[in-house]
Design a protein around this ligand. Sequence first.
Ligand code: NAG
Length: 615
Amino acid sequence: MRSRQSLLLLALLAFAGCTLLYLRNQASYGPGVSSPHSPVDETPGRKDAPVTAPTIPSPPRTPASHPVWQLISDAEKDYRAMLGRQSKTLEEAVAEYRRRYGIPPPPNFDKWYDFAKKKNVQLIDEYDSIQHSLNPFWGLKPKTIRARAQEALGFDANNLIGALIRNGAVKKIDGGGEWQMDATVGMMKGFIKYLPDMDLCFNIHDEPRVVVPFDDMTRLMKTAMEVKKPAAKAVVDARNSWSKRPSDLSDGSRFADVRKTRFNVYAHQPTWTESRISCPPDSPARADLEDGPKVDNFASYAVGELGFVSNQTAFSDICQSPSFSETFGFFERPNAFNIVHDLFPVFSQSKISSYSDILYPSPWYWAGKVPYTESDDMPWPQKEDKFWWRGSTTGGFSRDGGWRRQHRQHVVQKVNAGDQAKILVNNGEGNEEHWEVKSVPRSEFKEIMDISFSHVGQCDPGDCDAQREFFDIKKNAKQTEAWSYKYLLDMDGNAFSGRFYAFLKSRSLVYKLAVFREWHNEWLRPWVHFIPLSLRGDEWVEAVRWFAGEPSGKKEAERLALQGREWADKALRNEDLEVWFFRLLLEYGRLIDDDREIIGYTTPSLSTSKSTPAV
Ligand SMILES: *[C@@H]1O[C@H](CO)[C@@H](O)[C@H](O)[C@H]1NC(C)=O
């Protein structure tokens, strides 16, 4: 007992020490981080909370090791711990599910578990983003969600694929491109017999569709998390079966005929004002753009003066970054924008953080639209030492010079600019490292930077001409050309970039600039499988230079490239997408079941022990 107490004391002391170190080092980090321009409390009511270290103290960040090195080692530690604690049995998976979400898993969870095991899925427990997508819907009645799906599918111009599932099969599917419908059906084929009857709405646009005002969202979440889910949690012996088809659900032979739509079309118009309405009123994104203060909460996602992305979730949280309104194409003028402000169940392949679309694994990947071709790839040493990207001026539609505010243009312009860039130099003595910021002409890195447009599009004629004049447009590159380079840039276009998986599967190192979120955000780890980049971009040069030029960086570059490849082969197979989709649709099936609070999967051993007190 005594020894346990002293151990606890020791741990506490160590924690306090780490906290102090952490705070001190935060303070010594330089202007970018030491004095956040706009400290933001994410949770209301925490206004006066003192600045404290995160609950799990990260190792002290000191100039004594390179920030990239530190970020990699932190991320890998975290990732390996996650791999190591995955449930090994159905019972463990059920217990872990209950531990995380309070309620039992949905009906047929055992079927899901068997499916996942048979497909040799690596991650059995990491599906938090499904809860994240679906939680607000618990604030609506099942009947309301079903009615909204019918309403959305009943109006032709809503640009949705409708899939009507009846008796364990797709009875009808219509409304989109052949390939997307085929792939969607194909993805469900292996498990559709376990799903209840339901109407599903799949977005055919790349751009997200549902953004709910903050106050409505707050109310929905309150009902969901304080009333509905606790009710489901209180049930001890859940029923492991779906209810029979409710009378409001059609026989699935046709879509309803709806004459009015709640989706409004604003294509080719600025969308910042629409996109931020779900952000907390006191978040930076809600500040009046002209009236200020329009300052990003940079410290929420970046470290060091150069601003390496340390938290990709926070980076892609647009509520923290009002500057995105002027640097990201989707907010300038998206190519398509057809949105609704009430919570509709729309399944989308990617979304902006403030949107409420339900993320699902993209059929684009499943159909292998951008394949990785092993035969064109080569061993690391044969690849050119270059940071490479080719692509078109998508990301938004350009009118009246708007291309200057789009992200791809921002990246290509900045990488090729003639200004000064910041790098880190090691001024330590002997074995001691001491990294300090230094400004150097960007042209010193001309040789390793090969980032150019190869096509101009999505613009009014005058804007297209202007871009052709401004940029040095290179000849069109074949996809396979990418494998000739060690460092590949992958960035958002109109939405997620469909090349990502092919890039990861290659033997090159992938850099990712993504504000759009996808289903895989828990499964792919920044600094473990790819290098995340910010939109601000002061760290871009150093993020390449360290890997291409420093001895330790060179070793890490090849190791990470292969680590990403190995993981992609294990966790981004079509089987993985199917398993994730299966689990999502079981959750969705429960959500729209009138008995959703009393159905669920309970393992026999758990249901008899009754050791968990009801809430
Ligand atoms: C990253 O940011 C998210 C949201 O902004 C936050 O919830 C999370 O705790 C952060 N993660 C870490 C490790 O700090």
